[in-house]
Design a protein around this ligand. Structure first.
Ligand SMILES: CC(C)(COP(=O)(O)OP(=O)(O)OC[C@H]1O[C@@H](n2cnc3c(N)ncnc32)[C@H](O)[C@@H]1OP(=O)(O)O)[C@@H](O)C(=O)NCCC(=O)NCCS
Length: 182
């Protein structure tokens, strides 16, 4: 397994893999995830876009991407609506938004998600990183807590989604984590 950085064009060319992995990792129906194709394609054109993939030979086993979040963007405004002005300044005034982080089920639990996260955020020229994740115990939660992510919002509702989400954040750069089992 090896990590590679994708340019916007490289990720665009891999959209079939990206959507497949997203659906498999999240256990979503592929038809539902397909509806996100246009949004993800548009994200590759956003300022500060970065993407990292895990390659297993010539197959993609995982990917992660994000960009420099800005006012007017849907997710940015959805999160801002739950924050005070001070909270916005603290977390969103100069932030990298981590949009997706997924590893195919067969490859999970070996540190690949963590490696993707560290590689994606290495050298990002922003003050903070923020992300949203469904509330409830999961491997994603364990990863974010292990990396020291703090609560920005809890039980936040995004328009059009019934599930409660947590918004988590961290100052950049990230600290290097303790080795597993330490
Ligand atoms: C969340 C996700 C990306 C994490 O990736 P991962 O490769 O499975 O997990 P990590 O990189 O955190 O690996 C950590 C696990 O591997 C183990 N591990 C083995 N070798 C390791 C190493 N060298 N370094 C770190 N962890 C290692 C750890 O003990 C840990 O096990 P645990 O989670 O049971 O405590 C992945 O599980 C996933 O795609 N989940 C479904 C989709 C999802 O929830 N995405 C996030 C949405 S916000």
């Amino acid at each position: 397994m090896r990590l590679v950085h994708w340019s916007p064009e490289e990720m665009f060319a891999r959209l079939d893999d990206v959507l497949f992995i997203y659906a498999e990792a999240m256990n979503y129906q592929h038809e539902i995830v397909e509806m996100r194709r246009g949004f993800i394609a548009a994200h590759t054109q956003r300022a500060g876009f970065r993407a990292v993939a895990t390659m297993d030979g010539d197959k993609v086993a995982g990917f992660s991407y994000g960009y420099h979040g800005k006012p007017g963007q849907w997710w940015h405004e959805q999160v801002r609506s739950g924050l005070t002005a001070a909270g916005y300044q603290r977390w969103m005034a100069d932030c990298f938004e981590l949009v997706e982080l997924h590893v195919l089920p067969y490859a999970q639990g070996h540190g690949l998600g963590q490696a993707q996260l560290l590689s994606l955020l290495d050298g990002v020229p922003r003050r903070t990183v923020i992300l949203s994740t469904p509330e409830g115990e999961s491997r994603a939660w364990r990863l974010y807590r292990r990396m020291g992510f703090q609560d920005v919002l809890r039980d936040h509702e995004f328009l059009g989604d019934d599930r409660p989400f947590a918004v988590l954040g961290h100052d950049l750069p990230l600290d290097q984590p303790d080795p597993p089992g330490a």
